[in-house]
Design a protein around this ligand. Structure first.
Ligand code: PMP
Ligand code: GLN
Length: 380
């Protein structure tokens, strides 16, 4: 039997490819985005406590109520937003599931979803599995800003939603007030939905404040706001995230969620409910990663890499054109094979797949790992 593929050209994710390559070469892995240090022992203790307390059966489909309630309070306090814990907040298996459920819930065949490039690699395949059409718009250089005039030109009667990601992976760009103003005007005029991937909400630098869709009632009314505890609490492997959305949108999202996973790992939800209640557990995250960003950038000042600004996320883009003119996929392969260091080529996040001479480093690493990486990178 010949199995017909729904997306025959879909490759294995670059994050799997590079991490596997890094492991094979025992390379320093600055490719896939995850910390090489552990989560807080207090969080791990909470997980163990909740397992021993017998929280080991299915959680309610929308989430463990204590976690939904803690999230509602957090968004109230931080963004003045009011989400009903039981009707407007859904706990998912990572932000990945929330994205998939949100996209699947709203996309009819032929619907257009606006996506900016470079993008996070999951977006396009998710849209296409629903028969949606990704409308890709390049972010403007040098700052990777949203070109709003072009967005307006590309809006059509089939535009169903716009997919935003701030702080932005891989560029580290963040939304500014003027973006919010343009978005409000456009959304009102054209009546599209918003899927807002905010997994790096707390990893934002230089005193900037994260502008969540949750903070603007006109935008929140048409948005899925998506977050991830994996990024915030150094536990990417626990795969717990969430989606916030008005009740009618949440109801549609849950129709998908209930048949992808139904519910998410119960003891983890209880542990997060306790841990998230103390805002000291996340308010210092920007400063924590800013120190790492600055340490890494200071070290690379002595190298031939040219760094682009990183205003948020734990990623740093670097231009290697002073070192080589080979395509970024060849350059990153050689970096692993010859120098024992893994990074991410950014061409895979563009529709035309053309190399821009830019690679992405993840600096969510112990200082000793960053120092080892700097030694290698400064020799190249
Ligand atoms: N969105 C972006 C922009 C990401 O970088 C990631 C990677 N963690 C995700 C979503 C997925 O998050 P999770 O691991 O919680 O599924
Ligand atoms: N978000 C992580 C990154 O950008 C990877 C997540 C994954 O491996 N799918 O590196």
């Amino acid at each position: 039997m010949k199995l017909k593929s729904k997306q025959p050209d879909l490759p294995v994710s670059i994050f799997s490819v590079m991490s596997r390559l890094a492991a094979g070469h025992k390379a320093i892995n600055l490719s896939q985005g995850f910390p090489d240090f552990d989560a807080d022992p207090a969080l791990i203790a909470l997980m163990e406590k909740n397992m021993r307390a017998g929280h080991n059966q299915y959680a309610p489909m929308p989430g463990v109520p204590a976690l939904n309630e803690t999230l509602a309070l957090k968004y109230q306090k931080q963004h003045g937003a009011s989400y009903h814990p039981l009707n407007e907040i859904t706990i998912t298996a990572g932000a990945t599931e929330a994205l998939y459920a949100a996209i699947t819930a709203i996309t009819f065949p032929g619907d257009e979803i606006i996506v900016f490039e470079p993008w996070y690699d999951a977006y396009l395949p998710m849209i296409r599995y629903s028969g949606g059409v990704p409308v890709t718009i390049p972010l403007s250089l040098p700052g990777f800003q949203i070109p709003w005039d072009e967005v307006e030109r590309r809006i059509s009667p089939r535009t169903r939603a716009i997919l935003l990601n701030s702080p932005h992976n891989p560029s580290g760009a963040v939304l500014e007030q003027q973006d919010i103003l343009r978005l409000k005007r456009l959304a009102q005029k054209h009546d599209f939905l918003i899927i807002s991937d905010e997994v790096y909400e707390h990893i934002i630098f230089d005193g900037k404040k994260h502008l969540s869709m949750a903070a603007f009632p006109e935008l929140a009314a048409r948005s899925f706001v998506i977050g991830s505890f994996g990024k915030t609490f150094h536990a990417t492997g626990w795969k717990v995230g969430y989606a916030l959305a008005p009740q009618a949108m949440t109801a549609e999202l849950r129709k998908i969620h209930q048949f992808i996973t139904f519910s998410v790992h119960t003891p983890t939800q209880h542990a997060y409910a306790g841990y998230l209640a103390d805002e000291r557990h996340y308010l210092g995250l920007g400063a924590f990663y800013q120190k790492k960003r600055d340490h890494f950038a200071r070290g690379l000042a002595a190298s031939r890499f040219r760094l682009l600004p990183s205003r948020g996320t734990y990623f740093q883009l670097a231009d290697y054109s002073a070192i080589s003119d080979e395509p970024d996929t060849d350059f990153t392969r050689r970096l692993v094979e010859q120098h024992g260091l893994a990074a991410i080529p950014t061409s895979v996040f563009y529709r035309d797949g053309r190399s821009r001479g830019l690679i992405r480093f993840c600096f969510a690493k112990k200082e000793e790992t960053l120092d080892k990486a700097l030694e290698v990178l400064c020799r190249i």
